[in-house]
Ligand binder design. Structure first.
Ligand SMILES: NC(=O)c1ccc[n+]([C@@H]2O[C@H](COP(=O)([O-])OP(=O)(O)OC[C@H]3O[C@@H](n4cnc5c(N)ncnc54)[C@H](O)[C@@H]3O)[C@@H](O)[C@H]2O)c1
Length: 344
């Protein structure tokens, strides 16, 4: 089968992971080009990766070797860039968040449907072995009826981080702070485990940074199935702690730290295979760079399989839209001081 050609738009922090993910898929994919409006960034990435560099998105999209475009530009540009790509017949992998507005997300989904191409949204933590195992247990009813789910992301980002890019920490292009940028992965994991949210009540504040968006947000959730939940995301928790996801059901509970299972308890005393607690994700304990694009590569491979199967063209895009709607519901409640009911 012919390898699929990849092109990356946006040569900043996350493009390194995209390039690494594509390198891990050498049997099915080739990176052929990168694009960035900043000429120095496009040039440096092209030289390092040994691919063609473009500063003009239109020229980049005219490159016939590119089958799949990954969007790694600031969040508020995602739908616009993805729409340009689907209009040129490219399949698209959009970094999270899918966009920062539901109208833009819906425009992209409609354009992709018209163009008959495949679109997905990155949610690489879903591909970590612990989260996949949790989902299998929930889907098989092993936890019984869900009672409560709690996700926390207590990270630390310095003021220098926010100052490192004009778009960071702005409503216009980041679309929010600790939740829209960092916490959205865990909002996504929480709603995937618990089911869709029905109502949310939230508070947000900016306590540790000079930014216009929040650096701490906390939300109480009622899910469609009647279970309750809680979500906290902050970038002001020095020095930064492990993320946690706890799911409690009538038949048992699971606790996850940094995407891997650390505790499982079934009411009927059933034992689980302790090998399931072993992560197959490369360890970052002594080498933070070890993970790199590993989980991205799992999602990229699944997307390639989907493209080749010809089915579920927009399934991943709709998942990205769901996570975005959850986050926007939290912001709406925090802004208005009122509970918010879904759909928005
Ligand atoms: N999945 C994850 O865990 C993860 C991690 C980090 C970032 N991200 C997401 O990736 C996206 C980029 O984040 P980042 O930290 O790499 O940002 P960044 O600022 O480091 O990089 C963005 C790049 O886009 C370029 N750019 C801006 N406008 C452009 C245009 N019109 N055409 C082409 N290039 C353009 C900029 O010059 C810059 O090089 C964000 O949406 C962020 O949420 C995801």
């Amino acid at each position: 089968m012919k390898k699929l050609g990849f092109g990356i738009i946006g040569c900043g922090v996350i493009h390194h992971w995209h390039a690494d993910a594509i390198r891990r898929l050498a049997d099915v994919a080739d990176l052929v080009a990168v694009c960035d409006v900043a000429e120095d960034r496009a040039g440096a990435a092209a030289e390092k990766l040994g691919v063609t560099g473009y500063v003009n998105i239109s020229d980049f999209l005219a490159d016939g070797r590119i089958d799949i475009v990954t969007i790694a530009t600031p969040s508020g540009m995602h739908a616009d860039h993805a729409i340009e790509a689907v209009r040129r017949g490219k399949h698209v992998i959009v970094e999270k968040p899918f966009d920062i507005s539901l109208d833009q997300a819906d425009r992209l989904i409609a354009e992709a449907a018209d163009a008959d191409v495949f679109v997905t949204c990155i949610s690489q933590t879903r591909y970590a072995s612990g989260l996949k195992q949790l989902q299998e247990w929930i889907d098989a009813g092993k936890l019984g009826d869900l009672v409560y789910g709690e996700a926390t992301i207590k990270w630390y980002r310095s003021q220098e981080y926010y100052d490192s890019g004009d778009w960071r920490g702005t409503w216009a292009l980041d679309g929010g702070g600790a939740l829209m940028n960092q916490g959205i992965h865990y909002a996504d994991n929480l709603q995937r485990a618990m089911g869709k949210p029905k109502t949310v009540s939230a508070y947000a504040a900016t306590r540790g940074h000079r930014i216009e968006v929040e650096d701490i947000v906390t939300a109480s959730i009622v899910f469609e199935n009647g279970a309750l939940g809680s979500l906290t995301a902050t970038t002001s928790a020095y020095p930064g702690f492990q993320t946690t996801l706890e799911i409690f059901g009538t038949k048992g509970s699971v606790r996850i730290e940094n995407q891997e299972i650390v505790s499982v308890n079934f009411v009927d005393g059933e034992q689980y295979d302790s090998a399931l607690l072993q992560s197959d994700t490369p360890s970052t304990a002594s080498d933070p760079a070890a993970v790199g694009g590993y989980n991205h590569s799992l999602q990229f491979r699944e997307f390639i399989d989907t493209v080749q199967s010809g089915k579920d063209r927009l399934a991943g895009a709709l998942e990205g839209r769901t996570a975005l709607e959850f986050v926007l519901g939290v912001y709406q409640s925090a802004r208005t001081g009122q509970p918010v009911t879904f759909p928005l």
